[in-house]
Design a protein around this ligand. Structure first.
Ligand SMILES: [Zn+2]
Length: 346
C-alpha cells in the first residue's frame, strides 16, 4: 500500500518534472533562471512591480513553448533558419517584417522562422500595455517578449541545422541549451549590466541574431573535436520512450563539451538576461513611464523590500543558487526527492 503510493507519487512527480525540464528553447530551466535575473537588472522605477510579480513571470516565461502544443502558428515564432535565405543572410534579410515579406513572401518567412520580427511585434504590444497602464497585459507581454528574445540568444535557434541533424550531431540542441545550463549553472557568473534604453530595438534584435548565428560553426566544431575522446558508448546513453529509442549525450560528454566551450553558454545566458531587462525598460519608457506602484494591489511591504535587497546582493556576489534563491530550483529539489524515493525503494 505504502509502496504503491510512493510509486504513484514518483510517477506523477516524474511526469511533472519531465515536462518542466524538457523544452524547446533554453530548456524550461534556462528561461526561468534568465527571467529572474532580468528583474535584477531593472531600474528602481520598475523593479518593485516586477519583483512582486516575479514568481508569475518566471512561471509564464515558458508559456510560448507550451503554446506550440495547441497553436500551429506558434512554432516559427521561436527561431529563424538563416541559411535558408541564401548566401550571407545577415546582409540580405531586411530588418523590417514588411520588407522581408515583400522580398521572400510571408509563407517563406513562416516556414523558416520569424523570431526577430516576433520580438518587435510583442515589444510594440508591451509598450501599448504600459501606455494603457493595463497590469494584466503588462505581465502577459513582458513574459512573451522575454521568451522570444531569449530564444534569439540561442545560436541553434538561428540555424537550419538546429539540432545538429545535418552534420551527424543530432541532440546537440538540448545538450547546449538545457543540459549544460542545468549541469553547470552553479559555476556561471550571471551578473549582468543594468538595463539600458534601446534607441533602435529593431537594430538590437538583429545584433542579437547576428551574435547567436556567428557562434554556430564554433559550437558544432567543438562537439566534433570533443567526440574524438569518446566512443559511441561513452558519448551516448539510450532510453526507451513510447516504443522509440532515444539517444542522449552522457553526463561525461556534457562535462567535457562544456569545458571545451568555455564561457559560451554562460555568456549567452547573461546577455539574454541583460537584453530582456533592456527591452522591458525601453517599452516602459516608450509607453510614457507609467507609475507602476499604482498597479500593485497592495503597497510594498518592508519584508518585500528587504527580500529584494538580499536577492540583489546575492546576485552580485554570485550566490543565488547557493543561498537557494533561484525560484526554478524548487523544482530541481523536488527532482532530488524523486531520486531519493527511487533509490530507497529500488
Ligand atoms: Zn521557445
Amino acid at each position: 500500500m505504502f509502496y504503491s503510493r510512493i510509486v504513484k507519487v514518483t510517477l506523477i512527480l516524474g511526469i511533472i518534472l519531465n515536462s518542466s525540464v524538457s523544452g524547446y528553447s533554453w530548456g524550461f530551466f534556462g528561461h526561468k533562471v534568465i527571467q529572474q535575473l532580468a528583474i535584477y537588472g531593472l531600474p528602481k522605477s520598475m523593479q518593485p512591480f516586477f519583483h512582486r510579480n516575479m514568481a508569475h513571470l518566471v512561471e509564464t516565461s515558458v508559456r510560448p513553448d507550451e503554446r506550440r502544443n495547441t497553436d500551429p502558428q506558434e512554432a516559427p515564432r521561436h527561431f529563424i533558419d538563416l541559411e535558408a535565405f541564401g548566401e550571407n543572410p545577415l546582409e540580405h534579410v531586411p530588418h523590417s517584417y514588411n520588407a522581408a515579406a515583400t522580398k521572400y513572401n510571408a509563407d517563406t518567412l513562416q516556414k523558416y522562422g520569424v523570431v526577430p520580427w516576433q520580438v518587435i511585434k510583442i515589444k510594440d504590444r508591451l509598450t501599448q500595455a504600459f501606455y494603457r497602464k493595463d497590469k494584466d497585459s503588462i505581465l502577459f507581454y513582458s513574459a512573451d517578449l522575454a521568451h522570444y528574445l531569449q530564444d534569439a540568444h540561442v545560436p541553434l535557434h538561428t540555424s537550419l541545422n538546429h539540432d545538429g541533424q545535418l552534420t551527424g550531431q543530432t541532440g546537440l540542441h538540448s545538450l547546449w541549451e538545457s543540459k549544460l545550463p542545468e549541469q553547470n549553472l552553479a559555476h556561471y557568473n550571471l551578473r549582468h549590466e543594468k538595463a539600458q534604453y534601446l534607441k533602435n530595438p529593431e537594430e538590437e534584435i538583429w545584433n542579437v541574431i547576428r551574435a547567436s548565428h556567428q557562434l554556430v560553426p564554433q559550437l558544432l566544431a567543438v562537439e566534433k573535436q570533443v567526440s574524438q575522446n569518446f566512443t559511441e558508448a561513452t558519448k551516448y546513453t539510450t532510453s526507451e520512450r513510447n516504443g522509440r529509442t532515444r539517444k542522449n549525450y552522457t553526463d561525461a560528454f556534457a562535462t567535457a563539451y562544456n569545458q571545451a566551450l568555455g564561457t559560451m553558454v554562460q555568456d549567452r545566458m547573461r546577455a539574454s538576461a541583460e537584453k530582456t531587462a533592456a527591452f522591458w525598460y525601453t517599452c516602459w519608457v516608450d509607453g510614457g513611464k507609467p507609475e507602476l506602484s499604482e498597479l500593485l494591489s497592495t503597497p510594498r511591504t518592508k519584508e518585500e523590500t528587504k527580500q529584494l535587497k538580499q536577492e540583489l546582493k546575492s546576485w552580485k556576489k554570485g550566490t543565488l543558487q547557493e543561498k537557494d534563491l533561484l525560484l526554478t530550483k524548487i523544482k530541481l529539489s523536488l527532482m532530488n526527492v524523486v531520486k531519493w524515493i527511487n533509490e530507497s525503494y529500488a
